[in-house]
Design a protein around this ligand. Structure first.
Ligand code: HEC
Ligand code: HEC
Ligand code: HEC
Ligand code: HEC
Ligand code: HEC
Ligand code: HEC
Ligand code: HEC
Length: 311
């Protein structure tokens, strides 16, 4: 009896240590698993923390307007970067060296030369926006900047249309309304004729769906109309209009989208119709105005207003 009791006591003790061992191994496994998850996470935070604060480190100097300007060839480059505009931009969460690759420590190496700027402006964007870069390279603007830049032709690069440190998202009414001015800095004549016509007035009044320059011409794939690949070539213009005017037929595309009708440069028929309407409008308003004045005069004479004669 006593031996049996002792046996069951040592059995219990055995079972207890057995359980403890299990618990211990489970705990070790748990710790190991924790390490597996936590260590990479820690490593990650260790690389991201300095990156985000990198922007602030760069800005300790570059937020100072007294840094002044840099003379590069004939151009003046402003070393000041507006921190608020940068943080509000589409790239506000990116560290400065997302574009300025190689600028990882401060004070940084001074690489001031024209090639730096030429290289940064094009290549800086390519790493992340390869599609736009490839399209742009094939476009007329891209050909000009690549091949004939030395001839003094000022064709736009990415940063001429988008800016550098305050690049905005494009899918907003505000941005769509600004496109005409972006193109207008170099194509002012086209901007003013655009503003004279239906789409220009509609977009200015906030009709977001109305066409802007890039809905017809493309943004990164712009070509002269004479190029068969142009979105507005004889072969492609109908489908370009049909994106928004599904019922349009070939006749619809002859609508003149860049025209000041009262300009003598407009086609004769458009000019004549415009002048006819102008004369008509002046005649109608003059006639209406004179009629109203005579009517009032007659009313005064008849005492209609000052109660001389009554009804
Ligand atoms: C200690 C102050 C200081 C800090 C910090 C600093 N910069 Fe500069 N940076 C300057 C000065 C001064 C110039 C003008 C250099 C010259 O005159 O050649 C300059 C010029 C530049 C230029 C123009 C090209 C060139 O090399 O001259 C770029 C781009 C630039 N800095 C980016 C950065 C970035 C990105 C950071 C953060 C990694 C940074 N800077 C941190 C002081 C600073
Ligand atoms: C989206 C890409 C991009 C980011 C992000 C960016 N830059 Fe730039 N930065 C450029 C380009 C492109 C140029 C060259 C513009 C030119 O040709 O004038 C430039 C030029 C500069 C210059 C030279 C002066 C000038 O305006 O040309 C300074 C200084 C500078 N950047 C500082 C900074 C700082 C500081 C940050 C972070 C707060 C930053 N950049 C973030 C693209 C970028
Ligand atoms: C001639 C002016 C112009 C040039 C040059 C230009 N862009 Fe654009 N980009 C625009 C306009 C306008 C839009 C808005 C397009 C829209 O609303 O359909 C745009 C849109 C974008 C978008 C948003 C996505 C999209 O495709 O609509 C990105 C990203 C972009 N551009 C990057 C670039 C890069 C990178 C370059 C240089 C390789 C570049 N752009 C050159 C005018 C330009
Ligand atoms: C390190 C990667 C990176 C680089 C380099 C970079 N961008 Fe961006 N860009 C982004 C991200 C991320 C966004 C925001 C997400 C998005 O809308 O695609 C963005 C957004 C944009 C937008 C707004 C897109 C939209 O859909 O509204 C434009 C325009 C743009 N970038 C142009 C440029 C230009 C021009 C350059 C070169 C000066 C440049 N980016 C360099 C990563 C980058
Ligand atoms: C920095 C100046 C600049 C900006 C900004 C610019 N362009 Fe151009 N563009 C040019 C130059 C230069 C040419 C070549 C003109 C020539 O060959 O006579 C050109 C050519 C063109 C052509 C080919 C037809 C022609 O007149 O030769 C079209 C179409 C065009 N641009 C549309 C646009 C549109 C749309 C925008 C805005 C999204 C725009 N451009 C923004 C400078 C610019
Ligand atoms: C509704 C479509 C549409 C819109 C919007 C539009 N265009 Fe045009 N654009 C055309 C057509 C069609 C032509 C050819 C007929 C002509 O020259 O008037 C043209 C011609 C041009 C040309 C001459 C191209 C060549 O190869 O000769 C330029 C440059 C141009 N547009 C710039 C612009 C600019 C800048 C804007 C915005 C301010 C704009 N366009 C808005 C349809 C449009
Ligand atoms: C991005 C979309 C878009 C594109 C592309 C576009 N349009 Fe329009 N267009 C509009 C909108 C929106 C209106 C205003 C319709 C309304 O208010 O009911 C309009 C109005 C017009 C009108 C005024 C009369 C009418 O039918 O409502 C004419 C004419 C016109 N477009 C011609 C053209 C031609 C020609 C093309 C091609 C070269 C073209 N549009 C391309 C969006 C576009």
């Amino acid at each position: 009896m006593a031996g049996g009791a002792r046996n069951s006591v040592s059995g219990l003790a055995k079972e207890f240590t057995f359980l403890m061992r299990w618990a211990f191994s489970a705990f070790v496994l748990y710790l190991a698993a924790l390490m597996l998850v936590a260590v990479p996470a820690l490593a990650q935070t260790q690389t991201t923390v300095p990156e985000t604060s990198l922007t602030d480190r760069c800005l300790t100097c570059h937020r100072q307007e007294y840094l002044g300007r840099l003379q590069v060839d004939e151009q003046q480059k402003d070393l000041y970067v507006d921190p608020a505009a940068y943080k509000d931009s589409a790239h506000g969460l990116l560290p400065c060296n997302a574009c300025h690759t190689g600028f990882s420590h401060d004070p940084h190496q001074m690489v001031t030369n024209a090639e730096f700027f030429a290289e940064t402006a094009g290549e800086a964007c390519r790493n992340c926006h390869d599609d736009q870069f490839e399209m742009y390279k094939q476009s007329y603007h891209g050909t000009l900047t690549r091949d004939i830049a030395s001839d003094g032709v000022e064709a736009p690069e990415c940063v001429d249309c988008h800016g550098t440190h305050a690049i905005q998202e494009v899918a907003t009414l505000e941005y769509r309304q600004s496109i005409q001015d972006v193109c207008g800095t170099c194509h002012g004549g086209r901007e003013s004729t655009f503003l004279d016509t239906y789409h220009g007035k509609a977009i200015t009044l906030g009709r977001e769906a109305a066409a802007t320059c890039v809905d017809c011409h493309g943004a990164h794939s712009i070509l002269p109309i004479s190029n068969p690949q142009s979105t507005l070539s004889r072969a492609n213009i109908l489908s370009t209009c049909q994106q928004c005017h599904p019922q349009a037929s070939q006749g619809f595309t002859t609508f003149l989208v860049h025209i000041t009708p009262t300009s003598p440069k407009a086609p004769v028929i458009v000019f004549l119709v415009a002048v006819f309407y102008l004369v008509l409008i002046i005649a109608v308003f003059s006639f209406g105005g004179i009629h109203t004045l005579l009517y009032i005069y007659r009313g005064i004479k008849d005492g209609l207003y000052f109660g001389k004669g009554g009804h």
